[in-house]
Design a protein around this ligand. Sequence first.
Ligand code: SAH
Ligand code: SF4
Length: 346
Amino acid sequence: MIDAYALSEAALGDLLVELGQPRYRSKQIRAWLYEKGAASFQEMTDLPKGLRDVLEAKVALGTITVDTEQVSRDGTRKRLYKLHDGQLVEAVLMAYDDGRRTACISSQAGCGMGCTFCATGQMGFARQLTSTEIFEQAALFARELQASGERLSNIVMMGMGEPFANYDAVIEAVRRINRELGVGARHITISTVGLVPKIRQLVDEGIQVTLAVSLHAATDEERSKIMPVNRRYPLAELIAACHDYVERGGRRVTFEWALIAGKNDTPEVAERLGKLLRGLQCHVNLIPLNPTPGYGEKPSSDADARRFVEILAEHGVAATVRVRRGIDIAAGCGQLKSAVLAKKGG
Ligand code: SAH
Ligand code: SF4
């Protein structure tokens, strides 16, 4: 089967001409797919019935399917998407009181970066996702939200995988999410473990997405212990690339910091982080560590988290402690790990 979501407007036009149809129907079909969120060709009522039947037989609306879905007490939905070859990736939808609907999607099946505190890192790398597979995770959420009168407003590339280790596919998917699903570039966040050359490539791309960098430690020694990537791209190079992003893109950079009790939440660490980020236009998102099977440490207390924020503020660095979402269904940051691997004990 051909995948409708993998066809450009021109390619869809060619297919229609082959089927003896006028090319303009490609516009009609794309409006159904991307503006109206149709879930089947039969819903496309301005197409002749015969064409709808032919398309239904020849063209699939997506190659990924929802395998299972869990709903958290806080309304967060975590789902397992099954890819055409049976690979599984997880994606999460979060609803906020201010109306935002944020999808957290995956860029790879598994991840090869080996961060010790992360469930995805603990399971290892399976394969790259194609740009269409990345796009479709968002498109399926968009289409379901549309059906209930809501709109997908934000995307975070914070699911399974390291987006910059699959750079081209991620950028292509991001462009399509922006163009075809109408999610503003500024409302799309790419989170990276810190692949410095790719941060620089993003700057050259001239695309207005938000960059988030996972930091978690303020010295090379500490960071290398929990994030092996730091041995290749140490902090000085990483922070220099962030300065470039801010100066050339004119936007602030976001840092992510999982607060680990007694490890990276002390006043001394806050002081060091404050000095490291001083003068950089940025915002620090503090996320109390989410528990994962392979990492024994604990999240920080509220009091320690607050003190951390205060010390950063003394250095002119803005920080917010994030509310953890979907913890009861293991949908929080760093908890994603496909269920089948979990069953295998991976
Ligand atoms: N690979 C990318 C994006 C996916 S991870 C990256 O690492 O940035 C999304 C975020 O969750 C990252 O900031 C990551 O460092 C963080 N994270 C991983 N494990 C976590 C955990 N156990 N608790 C809290 N945050 C975690
Ligand atoms: Fe990969 Fe990000 Fe997890 Fe590190 S934190 S292992 S880069 S998904």
